[in-house]
Design a protein around this ligand. Structure first.
Ligand code: SF4
Ligand SMILES: [Zn+2]
Length: 339
């Protein structure tokens, strides 16, 4: 157990009733002095907000494919940080001990303050990208901005794995500094999304579109939760919402493994993942991925021009790409991504 350190936070507005409105996420907590928000890691102190998220529980090195990103710097290493806390309460969260900090299922505080310059220097030495993942990075806006500021001078990008549950004010702050974001779309409609996560769906779809429109590289992930969101009609609607942002947006179908409040459920069957991938392609998506359950073919990138395989990925690591400056070596089609 470590000591929580509260530092100056951004993104709040005084309200006529004397409370402070936190404008980081759509939960829109209105706080009296000394109160923490639903996330438990942002707090009102006097006339300002403070955050405990300028800290991390982990410093992990690993391939960027594990976030997952398949069209952003394939084969790059990441240095991943995770400040405790989340704006969602998903029943299947594999990282629930740190994501659910402050709630009955969460662990005690185990994070230590971050020195952004030191993190960026370590990433630069390894040729790595800095990632915020495992917990919800939008609760760590200030840390993200500090890492991006340090990274800009060192040529180290910052990427997020996020639930996409952000306000426009939070997006205004982070869109200019993020290189890439993988966002989860976990349900097809608002009622199911609220039941699964505790938050509304529309802000997530809005954030995906804003990030993509601003030129941040976006990939989308959907965990296939048996009996929860894996009905063909639900998957079709999710795929269509991704395709509406762009048919080139990579869509990752994630296999559920029993954990947390869903530890008595069964893992997603491979044929459900194959069926979901087919639904994604029918919806127009050109790059649909399944990391493990469908073998190597689930991880390959095909050229949308000629159909040749142009990027092959081994499990957890090496990437074999024939792309030349992001283009197919055969038909010269430019592949969507940041290569
Ligand atoms: S980040 Fe969201 S949950 Fe946390 S205090 Fe702000 S509005 Fe509330
Ligand atoms: Zn081609």
């Amino acid at each position: 157990m470590t000591r929580q350190v509260w530092t100056e936070a951004r993104l709040f507005e005084p309200q006529p009733d004397g409370r402070l409105l936190c404008t980081v996420c759509p939960h829109a907590c209105r706080l009296d002095d000394g109160e923490t928000g639903l996330c438990r890691v942002r707090m009102r102190s006097g006339d300002a907000m403070r955050t405990a998220t300028f800290a991390t529980s982990v410093v992990h090195a690993g391939p960027i494919e594990r976030k997952p990103f398949y069209h952003y710097r394939p084969g790059a290493q990441t240095l991943t940080l995770a400040a405790p806390g989340c704006s969602f309460m998903c029943s299947y969260c594999i990282n629930f001990r740190i994501s659910q900090f402050g709630r009955p299922s969460g662990s005690a505080w185990d994070a230590v303050p971050v020195d952004p310059q030191a993190v960026v220097a370590r990433a630069a030495d390894a040729g790595a990208v800095v990632a915020l993942s495992y917990t919800e990075p939008s609760l760590a806006v200030e840390l993200t901005l500090a890492l991006a500021d340090a990274g800009r001078h060192a040529g180290v990008p910052v990427v997020w794995k996020s639930n996409g549950f952000l306000t426009d004010a939070a997006l205004d702050a982070v869109v200019p500094v993020l290189a890439a974001v993988n966002v989860d779309v976990k349900a097809a409609d608002d009622t199911s999304h609220r039941a699964l996560t505790g938050g509304a769906l529309q802000p997530v779809l809005h954030a995906i579109r804003r990030l993509a429109d601003a030129g941040v590289w976006v990939e989308v992930s959907t965990p296939l939760l048996p009996g929860v969101n894996d009905a063909p009609d639900d998957l079709r609607r999710i795929a269509e919402s991704v395709a509406a942002v762009g048919e080139s947006v990579p869509w990752h179908l994630l296999r559920f493994t029993p954990t947390f409040r869903m530890r008595r459920e069964v893992p997603t069957a491979p044929d459900r993942l194959a069926e979901a991938a087919a639904i994604g392609r029918q919806a127009g998506l050109r790059h649909v991925y399944v990391e493990r359950a469908l073998g190597p073919a689930g991880r390959d990138t095909a050229c949308p021009g000629c159909g040749d395989t142009v990027v092959r990925r081994e499990l957890w690591g090496p990437v074999h790409s024939t792309l030349i400056d992001g283009s197919c070596p055969d038909c010269r089609t430019v592949l969507p991504g940041r290569w």
